[in-house]
Write a protein that binds this ligand. Sequence first.
Ligand code: GLA
Length: 676
Amino acid sequence: MSADRPGLHTVTRGRGLLFGGDYNPEQWPEHVWAEDAALMRAAGVNLVTVGVFSWGRLEPSPGERDFAWLDRVLDLMHDAGVAVDLATPTASPPPWMGHRWPETLPVDENGTTLYYGARNQWCPSSPVYREKSLEITTALAERYAGHPAVAMWHVGNEYGQVCYCDLTAANFRRWLQAKYHDISALNDAWGTTFWSQHYSGWDEIIPPRTAPYIVNPSQKLDWARFCSDALLAQFTAERDVLRAYSPGTPVTTNYMGFFKPVDYWSWAPEQDVISNDWYPDPTDPRFPVRAALTHDLMRSLAGGTPWMLMEQSTGAVNWRPHNLPKPAGQLRLESLQAVARGADGSCYFQWRQSSFGAERFHSSMVPLAGPDTAAHAEVREHGRELRKLKDVAGTAVSAQVALLHDWHSWWAAEERARPSDRLSVIEQLTDYYHPLWRRGVTADLARPSSALTPYRLVIAPDLFLLSETDAAALTEYVRNGGVLVVGPFSGVADPRGHLYTGRFPAPLREVLGVSGEAWRPVDQPVQCSWRDETGFNGPGFTARDWTETLRSDGADVIATFDDGGPAVTRHRFGAGIAWYVGTIPDAAALAELTERFLADAGVPGTDLPEGVEAVRRGDLLFLLNHGDGTASVAFEGDAVDVLTGAPLHNGATLAPRGVAILRQHAGTGTTAPATR
Ligand code: GLA
């Protein structure tokens, strides 16, 4: 994201919130297209993504081009007043590519080639793939730059390919040479004296292919970095072609939330628009919480500016073993949740359900049964509602709390052969986010190296890998008055993946005022006790999976393990406070602790009924009921529900899966809602 580049506002300008989906007209005879356009107009669709998987149709054989059909689609969309997010079709090369140039096909870590017949079968390091993908991108850009329908460019789809082939090995070596210059520096960084892994020359280096036993964790860490960079190079190559032909049109590619293989912090500055695909698992009881967390990540990647939900499903997906449809109202609830958290667009995969191919059982905006269906009626109704929220586009969501999440740390933390594989970076993040969500406290996501001074509270649930520089910045943050919370097994490794020596967490010992000598995973839950006079409820709490042998070096001990050793500590440091939590407390204890974190930071929480989410965007308060029962939310004074126009006094009642979006009257209703 760069201030001098066109952003999402160039797409929302004059349109308001974006609503639509992936449109794949090549799957249908042309007479259906006219009906599509009419239905889109009726549903308030104002943006469709076209061409994501059209390479075979645009270039049926190498060098042969057929764009006439796409000309007609773009003209039709323009005439219907529907803007187009035009995609480069490079996520799925046609069979001719793999057949003629088998070296473009990816190879897995076992040396198995992944063939065509599905999608995504390309190697990020293949020069032929790069050349052919840029040729088709150039042809599209030449032809459609300036087309009045094209409001945004969409590069590829859900980048995530990993390849272990020989071309990739050569590319990996080049990447390593640029990083280390000298093979001895690489040997040091990878600790190759261990198990006799010393490299005598660059040519010996290979990707971490399947090996007899545990592969060097520092090699794997660099490999993860390389793979993310190699994909980014493909993205930026296509992006640069589009920018050259179409400088005034923003470029995006769709992310996949907390997707481990790609470091979105390093990708975000390269994009004009942050967009995401979100397919929650309805059987996961915490999916609304994960949704909120993921949306907050997207807003944070966008630097606090609006982002867009590029794909979600109207009902069931088809790729889980057992695919549950969404109950009535769920589509609207999930979409408005994204809008509440900063999305300026809420789009779907896909417009019209496919009757053939691998996704024929995936729900769509127009189901196979046609427009005269409950499913399509819900889509149309939601489009109508989004039009009422036109003015929400461009407004901001602000946060006083930041959660730290770093891809490099995530990669390093979950390598094989660690004390316990029960410590999960994303679960830890979700555990610490959940009580904030319950209390209506909005949080941003940030990296340890981000500017943290705007935040009153910074929570690092799991920062296994932490550079000394970033640790020093966190220390300064607290010294200057910030409140920091650090979760277990943090500050353990340096950026090479080498463990810091001495008592842990070495680079954070000063600020935390606590140090440890041993990590002690446990099989059964353990009992922890609140220290007297700390004011916590009851005698103690249970914790699971993980304990540490800690010693206070100045911090107050808040809770102890059953051997009397510290489990939770709080340290006044400079003008701020630093907490350390050396275990995985149960949810109730973490909720109680979160109250203290918020109190220390002076960040107010809100009383909300179970399952109700509250978030402010601009001057609106979004109340979202994820529960199956009716919920009452109280607030002081008068408000109006901007969706219904209903005046409200001192409270709102939310139906199951209901949403209220309140504009509170100045001077009367500015206080946070409270449970009745
Ligand atoms: C992803 C892809 C789409 C489609 C959907 C199905 O988001 O980008 O092409 O496969 O999943 O849920």
